[in-house]
Write a protein that binds this ligand. Structure first.
Ligand code: NFS
Ligand code: SF4
Length: 661
């Protein structure tokens, strides 16, 4: 892989990547190179290992096998593979949701040494929403009922998910009409997996409908429950300032990185890191303090609620260890490279796995159980402190790169900041859209992928959107990417946003790009859209709204589930590299065109971030016209600024995904 292909707009990433290259320390980019050329059958989605008559693969050129041994066509195989991905992605988010509900029940029953109900307002709002009596009852009693109600959503056998009531009526009718209303969360995943086994569902269109239902069970079920219950348990986020990038690591303090996803772990680590006993121990080892920072989505969880700085996103996990300054990297589940266990041998870092679900050969395993959470957290921090003196000073290379950011926006926060404390409302947002001052709203989310230079697509796409007066909401690694580029500060409005968006940001004091949390918090984007519909004037269901979504550097099965629940909810989604479906023109056509008929939205594949931004803007403009809204208040020249570096980065992206000329 050439330097041109991996070089990022993030200088901290480049600095450590150069160092690892020179030092012969293997990272994802080197392993990608060893994989190249990657399997074309896999990319096109036309290999099947669903039974052991196979594996079978379809010849994409039509000269060889046109069917698997059982007779499955490329269309069936492609659709089935997509459904398996979606099941895995939905399962990941939903299982995370279930863990948080378990922790809520422990808190409610007084069985935890640390979990408490910190989001009282949210608890009461949810109780009212779901008809749980509050009069004369303790928060714990209410939380117990709420926990039981949410837990039952996973195994629900009759009826559909309760959260669907949050969707606009028209939306629910649309789902009903195509049989996509999800029932129990676990049930949808199990039923969908059943249908992918040999000789069950072979109708590709029908399989895609199952994809939609399984994904909706994630977005409106598992993920939404994860976000809501996390707010009850760990407190509702509020806007706060913090810092981001590898420069947040400290040379003279014990550095602990939390990496993974479940706030049940990371939130407790935050509490334990300020334990006086541990701080004294750290000082006795010569460290000035304990410095906690995060990687990936668990970082977003503790950023949103505590302002803990973020060290990096998905592709920076190895680079963080390679700074030589990490004493413990704590991991739980999802998006964790198994390579970390090997990489720690080059440094003094100890990788500590904690989840009973995820073990990593070579890592220290200290199993985390919610009922003894605080003690386990202390044990892990103690290990980091004991490891601090082992740091090899000669190997410590912390890039002096960090950026400021503002995070902590939620559906409720947007309510309050827009309408003011005494009259919370989405009216000003809808007014902004109706007048054309704001063109629309876009969600930009998802991963990094070594097939793209780290962060480039996220940042270019988001810059182009805000330049065109589109307000951007972000989660996950995409939010981290743009915060590293300085887009998540109120000052970014005057630097990068169009005139209309600037006026809104200045009036309300917000950045042009709002950080709404981790990947499960994409569900907040759904509830925010529901609020916009409820406020009125810009459409009666999501497919009428001038909004769009994107995942420019996606790689994970979870990203497919997220994309699918957005599309199935009526929101147009553009992703960087294509879904692995192009071995079936029929399935590709169904996803990128026919879905419109059933759900009011489609997928689009576009690797060039500027073109992707304009697909979204064109969609937003189309929706504006359909609603009879005026055009944008301020003209923005269509052509993006022709900064050489930007266009160079774009051509590299196209090369990297094999779309360049
Ligand atoms: Ni979501 Fe991608 Fe992972 Fe978070 Fe980052 S890689 S799909 S953004 S950390 S889950
Ligand atoms: Fe081959 Fe059919 Fe078995 Fe898949 S399910 S491996 S296509 S025989």
């Amino acid at each position: 892989m050439t330097e041109r292909q991996w070089r990022s707009i993030d200088i901290a990433t480049n600095e450590i990547r150069e160092y690892t290259k020179k030092a012969g320390i293997e990272t994802a980019w080197d392993r990608l190179e060893a994989q190249e050329p990657q399997c074309g059958f896999g990319k096109l989605g036309i290999c099947c290992r669903n039974c052991l008559m196979g594996p079978c693969r379809i010849d994409p050129f039509g000269d060889g096998a046109r069917e698997g041994i059982c007779g499955a066509t490329a269309d069936t195989i492609v659709a089935r593979n997509l459904l398996k991905h979606i099941c895995a992605g939905s399962a990941a988010h939903s299982d995370h949701g279930r863990e948080v509900v378990h922790a809520l029940l422990l808190a409610a029953e007084g069985k935890s040494d640390v979990y408490k109900i910190r989001g009282r307002e949210k608890l009461h709002a949810l109780a009212d929403e779901f008809g749980i009596p509050r009069d004369g009852r303790s928060d714990e009693a209410i939380a117990k009922d709420l926990g039981a109600l949410f837990l039952a959503e996973f195994g629900r056998q009759e009826g559909t998910l309760l959260n669907l009531a949050r969707a606009p009526e028209q939306q629910r009718k649309n789902w009903e009409a195509v049989g996509a209303s999800p029932r129990g969360i676990d049930r949808e995943i199990v039923t969908a997996l059943h249908s992918t086994t040999v000789g069950v569902d072979n109708d590709p269109e029908h399989i895609i409908m199952t994809c939609a239902r399984a994904a909706l069970a994630d977005g409106w079920g598992g993920s939404m429950i994860a976000s809501d219950v996390s707010d009850v348990l760990f407190g509702e986020p509020h806007p706060l300032r913090s810092r981001v990038n590898l420069g947040v690591l400290k040379e003279d303090e014990v550095n602990i990185l939390v990496h993974g996803h479940e706030p049940t772990l990371s939130d407790v680590i935050v509490a334990a890191a300020s334990d006086p006993e541990l701080l004294a121990l750290a000082r006795s080892k010569g460290a000035k303090g304990i410095n906690l920072a995060g990687i990936c989505c668990t970082a977003n969880e503790i950023l949103m609620r505590h302002g803990v700085p973020i060290a990096g996103n998905f592709l920076q996990q190895e680079l963080a260890v390679a700074t030589g300054a990490v004493d413990v990297m704590l991991i739980d589940v999802q998006c964790v490279f198994p390579a970390l266990a090997e990489l720690q041998n080059c440094f003094h870092t100890k990788v500590v796995s904690t989840s009973p679900k995820a073990k990593f050969p070579g890592a220290v395993h200290i199993e985390f159980h919610e009922d003894a959470a605080y003690e386990t957290a202390k044990e892990i921090i103690r290990l980091a402190i004991e490891n601090y003196p082992n740091r090899d000073r000669a190997k410590v290379k912390i890039p002096r790169v960090e950026e400021k950011l503002v995070a902590g926006f939620t559906t409720e926060v947007v309510h309050k900041i827009l309408g003011g404390r005494y009259r919370p409302s989405y009216r000003p947002l809808n007014d902004g859209i109706q007048s054309g001052r704001l063109r629309g709203v876009a969600g930009v989310v998802g991963c990094n992928n070594p097939r793209f230079p780290v962060d480039n697509c996220h940042v270019e796409l988001v810059k182009e959107l805000i330049r065109n007066d589109v307000l951007v909401v972000q989660t996950g690694c995409s939010a981290i990417a743009c915060s590293k580029a300085g887009l998540l500060t109120p000052e970014a409005a005057s630097k990068f946003a169009g005139k209309g968006l600037q006026e809104i940001c200045r009036a309300v004091g917000i950045p042009p790009v709002l950080h709404v949390g981790s990947c499960v918090d994409n569900s907040r984007i759904l509830t925010a859209c529901a609020e916009m519909v409820k406020e009125g004037g810009i459409g009666t269901s999501f497919d009428k709204l001038p909004v769009a979504g994107a995942a420019p550097e996606w790689m994970s099965e979870k990203a497919i589930a997220i994309g699918m629940y957005f599309v199935a909810s009526g929101i147009f989604v553009v992703i960087g590299q294509p879904l692995p479906v192009q071995g079936s023109p029929m399935v590709t056509e169904f996803l990128t065109k026919t879905m419109e008929k059933h759900f009011g939205a489609t997928w689009a594949f576009e690797a060039d971030p500027i073109k992707a931004a304009h697909l979204m803007i064109d969609h937003i403009d189309l929706k504006r016209r359909e609603l009879g809204l005026p055009g944008p208040m301020y003209d923005v020249p269509y052509a993006p600024k022709t900064v050489d570096q930007e266009s160079a980065a774009r051509s590299v992206v196209l090369e990297a995904v094999g779309a360049g000329s």
